[in-house]
Design a protein around this ligand. Structure first.
Ligand code: BGC
Length: 727
């Protein structure tokens, strides 16, 4: 049998792509640009999309069904393999047997790139064990408007931290080489400033300027390009009136031409249809398809009518075939790089059983989960709990609710809501974690749900309080629930919902040490909890190991080391509260009826020890653009136990031609420091990173003085300061 050039794995990818492209009809080319959603078609229709229209990709299809479609694709004339995509957002969690990691927001609180990379690696192994190739992750939107329902999916509020963690997880997903059978494609989404939609309402217009795009929203995506991220997803939102999937200035101009993205762009779910139905910038499907192709979208997610419209557009000469070729080339290149044509990646469902959530993956998950938890308050040494206890009361609606603990993007909510689904991999709720460690110590655990997260009925509270009255310690597990997080689940009111405020008040009145464990998708406005609790542990959506990791921290088997990746408000009306705001006249910018600072600030988090900072030094105090300096600071563990500290480096431009943020994170390092030990921590700072974006959209470093700050959080009182002069 003759081996054609595109089938010959010893030839370079570019040669194989051009050979294949040359053999393809326009129908086959447009088919490659289509991504069909498996749960939106019948199994027979899915087969027809493969054999009759050569669909290039499917999403949300698992195991045997994926293998069947792949086999069908091999029976077509050219046998172009299908690329299977899945939302493996915090683990391959649409599969009931897979490892469920903490949410991106929680993982970001670890400030530990190595562990975030591991989470990506493990996810890739589990996704490929299911025969799939591509995850729609990471999400690089900036979590500034906490009302938005997808804050849990972000790496928090800071572009620098997001960029570092994005690079790490992309590295984890894509592995050493894309062609390794356990590597998957990453997808940086949702390009660009999707999280800024008006009023925090998902998919609405993003009111940002081109300058703020360049200064704030683009940098994490730039890092993703530098990390070799193979795919990008265009968001739902419009920017200043132009829907992202019709925005050629940003998709073609900035992403592809300017910052040199070489992979392919997929639209979000039916973005092309939405140009007609929601955003009203296209009259019909042909109009919408033309706009989307010309803007630079390469693959079209779940707009099946795109196929006929696009074929017609090319046949009528409205869209040049060369423009289609550009997109198809990008898609085929990625398919070749992934080794799809070389039979390396046949669906191997049998492997799943040994790889999915294997003990090694559970151990790593536990490690990252521990580091993702943030101790927000700890008065009178309430934590860790002593050994002398007889009875602990675990009270609250989120104590034994694995759906609230997992959060969005697991089999409970996707691809279709399935609240009765049963996790087939092991997991710990807060209750089961506390019980396991309490039992070892001979401590009795009492439990009552107390109330509901969303229902304000108070009828169960009396019983819960009566039970709590019998214990030496109360652990109240409260927060939000799955129904309050996710797409189209934006909240105007971030205060504690249902009867939870009353539950906390009544528990507090018992006068016993009250420990609050927060299980929530995103920061809530909880001043009453901050005031009333003796200790608060923030766990966000902590995944399958959440209960065990929290219990280890509560009992002192592990020390907390997380720092907030996002700030907490006192009140929803105080938003936004992100730390890196621009200064105004009425410094420090407070409302007359609200404190000036957030309830808890970005970068903040306590440990079981204490750290003192001293001796902030720069390797040179005068420098010029192009230089790289070193910032050094001594950190001493002044407490009684060993601990980990995340040393943070912030800068402020003292005089600049445009208004710049009050401070901006430019580096961090997480270090383990033994009790009594002092470490000199060194952080590199490239002067080119001190750039501003001018009104003319230029990136320049202006001479002058910069304040360099190092310390344990973004709060002024936690930072040492010195001066750097750029000449
Ligand atoms: C979401 C994306 C997701 C896609 C596929 C969309 O609704 O916005 O983040 O990847 O669906 O499930």
């Amino acid at each position: 049998m003759t081996i054609l050039d595109y089938q010959n794995s010893s030839l370079p990818v570019a040669k194989r792509v051009s050979d294949l492209l040359f053999r393809m009809t326009i129908e086959e080319k447009i088919g490659q640009m289509l991504q069909v959603s498996y749960n939106q078609v019948t199994p027979t229709e899915a087969e027809e999309w493969v054999t009759g229209k050569f669909a290039g990709s499917f999403l949300h299809v698992l195991g045997d069904n994926a293998r069947h479609l792949q086999e069908l694709s091999e029976s077509t004339l050219l046998g172009i393999p299908i690329l299977f995509g899945i939302d493996a957002i915090h683990g391959h969690a649409l599969n009931t047997r897979a490892t469920v990691f903490p949410s991106q927001l929680a993982m970001a609180c670890s400030w530990n790139e190595a562990l975030v990379e591991e989470a990506g690696r493990i996810t890739a192994k589990e996704v490929t064990a299911d025969g799939l190739h591509w995850t729609f992750s990471p999400l690089l939107c900036i979590g500034r408007d906490l009302r938005w329902g997808r804050i849990d999916e972000t790496f928090g509020e800071d572009p620098y931290l997001i960029g570092v963690l994005a690079s790490a997880i992309i590295k984890g997903y894509q592995g050493k080489s894309l062609s390794d059978p356990d590597s998957i494609l990453a997808c940086a989404k949702h390009f660009l400033s999707y999280g800024e939609s008006t009023g925090g309402r998902d998919s609405y217009d993003s009111e940002v300027s081109i300058r703020s795009i360049r200064a704030i929203f683009l940098p994490p995506f730039q890092k993703a390009v530098e990390a070799g991220c193979a795919t990008f997803m265009a968001g739902y939102q419009s920017i200043d009136g132009t829907p992202m999937s019709a925005n050629s200035k940003i998709l073609r101009g900035i992403l592809k031409d300017e910052i040199g993205f070489k992979g392919f762009v997929v639209t979000d779910w039916n973005n092309v249809g939405s140009l007609i139905t929601y955003q009203h910038v296209a009259a019909d499907m042909k109009d919408a398809a033309r706009k989307a192709i010309l803007a630079g979208n390469d693959m079209i997610m779940n707009t099946n009518a795109f196929y006929d419209a696009a074929v017609q557009l090319v046949k009528e000469g409205v869209v040049p075939e060369s423009t289609i070729d550009e997109s198809v080339k990008r898609i085929l290149t990625v398919k070749f790089e992934l080794g799809l044509f070389d039979q390396k990646r046949r669906t191997q469902v049998t492997v799943s059983k040994t790889v999915l959530n294997c003990p090694e993956h559970q151990d790593k998950n536990l490690q990252i989960t521990r580091e993702s938890m943030v101790l927000l308050k700890n008065e009178h040494h309430t934590l860790p709990m002593g050994k002398d206890l007889q009875k602990i009361a675990v009270i609250g609606p989120n104590a034994d609710d694995i759906q609230a603990q997992f959060g969005d993007w697991t089999f409970f909510s996707h691809p279709d809501p399935n609240p009765t689904a049963v996790p087939l991999a092991s997991y710990y709720t807060m209750l089961t974690g506390v019980k396991q460690l309490a039992e070892k110590r001979g401590i009795e655990v009492l439990y009552d749900k107390g109330c509901d997260v969303m229902d304000s009925s108070i009828q169960n509270i009396d019983a819960a309080v009566a039970l709590a009255a019998k214990a030496d310690r109360i652990i109240a597990v409260i927060g939000d629930c799955l129904a309050q997080n996710g797409e189209i689940k934006d909240r105007a009111d971030l205060s504690l919902s249902g009867a939870q405020p009353l539950l906390i008040k009544r528990l507090k009145e018992l006068g016993k040490p009250l420990i609050v464990v927060l299980v929530n998708g995103k920061p809530l406005a909880i001043p009453e909890v901050a005031e009333g609790a003796d200790a608060i542990l923030e766990t966000f959506n902590s995944g399958a190991m959440g209960g065990l990791a929290a219990a280890e921290i509560l009992f002192g088997e592990a020390s907390p080391s997380g720092k907030l990746s996002i700030s907490f408000p006192y009140h929803s009306g105080q938003l936004p509260v992100y730390y890196n705001q621009l200064p105004g006249w009425h410094t420090p910018g407070k409302y007359m009826d609200m404190p000036e600072s957030p309830l808890y600030s970005f970068g903040y988090g306590l440990t079981y020890t204490s750290f003192a900072y001293s001796n902030l030094k720069l390797s040179q105090s005068r420098c010029s653009d192009g230089d790289k300096i070193r910032v050094q600071v001594d950190v001493t563990n002044t407490g009684a136990v060993d601990g980990m500290e995340t040393v943070q480096l912030y800068v402020q431009d003292r005089v600049s031609s445009v208004v710049t943020p009050v401070k901006q994170l430019k580096g961090f390092k997480k270090v383990a420091i033994a009790k009594g030990e002092t470490q000199t921590v060194e952080l590199p700072l490239a002067i080119s990173d001190l750039y501003i974006v001018t009104p003319e959209e230029e990136y320049i470093v202006e001479p002058g003085e910069f304040t360099i700050m190092a310390g344990s959080s973004s709060r002024d009182q936690d930072l040492l300061k010195t001066t750097l002069v750029v000449e």
